[in-house]
Structure formats: C-alpha cells, structure tokens
Design a protein around this ligand. Structure first.
Ligand SMILES: O=C1C[C@@H](O)[C@H](O)[C@@H](O)C1=O
Ligand SMILES: [Co+2]
Length: 299
C-alpha cells in the first residue's frame, strides 16, 4: 500500500476544459470543475486557463473545497530563445506557484514541438536535437532547476511528452544523464510513455529515485494505433479518445504502483486524462479513476 501521509492525489482540469482546444468543455465553469474534483475525492489540482488569475480568489475557492494547487505546466524554449527570456517567465511562474503553496513545477521543452499542431502527424514528425542543442537544453534545465530549488523552494520536474524533443526512452535517458539530480527531477507520465511505445514500468523502475510528480494517464491502444496508421495529429487523437483515466485503457498499473510503493514515492499522483467532455463526462470519469486508485493502492 502507498503511504497516505506521503502520497497525495490530484486531478487535472484538462478533463473539464482543454486549454489546447478550448472548444472542448467550453460550457464547463471553473466552479463546476473544482467542485467535481473535490466531490470525486481529490485534493490537488493543476492550473487551467479558466482558473481565477487573482491568487487570493483562487486560494479561497480551492480552500473551500479542501483543495490546493500542486503543480503547473511550464513551456520552456531553451534551444530557441535566449536563456534570460525563459528565466524571466520561469521566475514569474515560480512566484505564482510559491504564493499558491505548490512544491513542484512541471517543465516541457516546447521548441519545435508538434503537440499543438493540428496539421502535423504526431508520429514520425518530431524534431530531433543535435549535440549542441542537447548541451544548451541540459545546461538550461540545470540552471532553471537551481533557481527553482534555491530561490523558491520548488522542485523542477521535467515532463517528457509526445511530439516534443524529449519523447522517447533514449531522449529521456540522455536528459536524465546530463542533468543534475540535485536540480532536475522527472515528471513521470504513464500515458506519454505508453503512447510512444516505451514501457512505463521499465521507466518507473529506472528513475524511481528521481520522480517527484506523477501523471496517471491511460491510453486506448486502438486509438493510438489509428493515430499512427492515419497520420493524425496529437490533438486529433485527443478528440478521438487516445487518453482515458487509469484503469480504463491498456496500461497495467499494478506493477507501477508497486514500484512507487517499494521505492517510497513521496508527492502527488495526479490523474490527467484529456478527452472530449461531451463524450466522457468529467465527474463520472473522475469518480471512476478515484475508485480504481483506491482499489489498487489503498489510498
Ligand atoms: O501534462 C500534460 C499537459 C497537457 O496540456 C498535455 O498536452 C498533456 O498531454 C499532458 O501530459
Ligand atoms: Co502529463
């Protein structure tokens, strides 16, 4: 059983309203989203674009429901923008997260990313960094991680992601080898590994001691196969239902939870299952996910 004192459960607003495709769930309000998260039994949330920008207003709305912000996505452009520009935006997001009491920031390198391009197939079109870019990227990550830890008390976790420069196993390995464990940790996303054909169990075993945030996502294998066969984009796939909540797709979560338990994982496990809310009722799927986690982990 995972330790209740050390592991908290969250859920992402992307199942209610999708910031990458705002027409998905445009009718769902912020209040509905956070109320349903709490009703389903979650205490943590990431940040969606319908969340109030005023931190006092947001804090009050979350506290009323026994919830908190546990992480926020940060888009890095370390290989295509000057470091100082990235640092400025990074610091502003760290300020916000510190005010909200979050302990983690989840960064993804978005230079040349195809994840948001609806006219680009997600398989076979990702950008591959050259040696010089790898060096710039890893040095930049170390510098950002040092700032986050030493000046804000926040851990920088890196989010590997489909269609980005750090997607496959070898790319995650290279990033991990060339960054300082003191400053850079891994945001382990089960769905993104399974999507690109990497075994999430192998990755959790390999990097358990550097994982500081977990995204629990499942995939519908037949939908991912369709995305590949028909040269569809990442976002086309989301609309079709490539992702779902843990337990509803093809990933075997039992051994993954076991590794996290045996290695003493501490932090958030956050359900992140973007799909069309008109087809997959967000509250229904949140409850389904919460029950699955309780059954499998005792949390
Ligand atoms: O963490 C994430 C943030 C989303 O916006 C993204 O597209 C999703 O797939 C993900 O894993
Ligand atoms: Co994720």
């Amino acid at each position: 059983m995972l330790n209740k004192e050390k592991v908290k459960l969250g859920i992402a607003p992307i199942a209610w309203t999708n910031d990458d495709m705002p027409d998905l769930g445009k009718e769902n309000t912020f209040e509905q989203c956070v109320s349903e998260m709490a009703l389903a039994g979650f205490t943590g949330s990431e940040v969606g674009n319908k969340y109030p920008k005023d931190t006092d207003v947001l804090k009050k709305a979350l506290e009323l429901r026994g919830m908190e912000i546990c992480n926020q996505w940060f888009s890095c452009f370390l290989i295509t923008k000057p470091f100082e520009e990235v640092e400025k935006e990074f610091r502003s997001q760290l300020e916000y997260l510190r005010t909200m009491g979050a302990k983690v920031i989840g960064a993804s390198e978005q230079s040349h990313s195809v994840q948001g391009m609806t006219d680009t197939p997600v398989f076979g079109h990702k950008y591959v960094m050259n040696d010089q870019e790898w060096e710039t990227f890893c040095n930049g990550m170390n510098r950002l991680g040092k700032i986050a830890k030493e000046e804000y008390g926040i851990a920088l976790t890196f989010h590997h992601h489909m269609g980005t420069v750090v997607q496959d196993e070898a790319e995650v390995d290279r990033m991990m080898e060339n960054t300082d464990p003191e400053y850079v940790s891994l945001l382990f996303d089960t769905g993104h590994f399974a999507y690109c054909g990497v075994d999430p169990l192998k990755m959790v075993k390999k990097y358990a001691d550097r994982i500081k945030h977990v995204h629990l996502k499942d995939i519908r294998r037949e939908m991912v196969d369709k995305v590949k066969a028909e040269n569809l984009s990442f976002l086309d796939g989301v609309r079709m239902g490539t992702f779902t909540v843990p337990g509803d797709g093809c990933i075997d979560f039992d051994p993954i939870f076991k590794v996290l338990e045996e290695t003493g994982y501490e932090g958030y496990m956050l359900v992140e299952a973007e799909q069309d809310p008109a087809k997959a009722n967000p509250l229904e799927y949140a409850i389904k996910a919460r029950k699955f986690i309780a059954e499998k982990t005792g949390l």
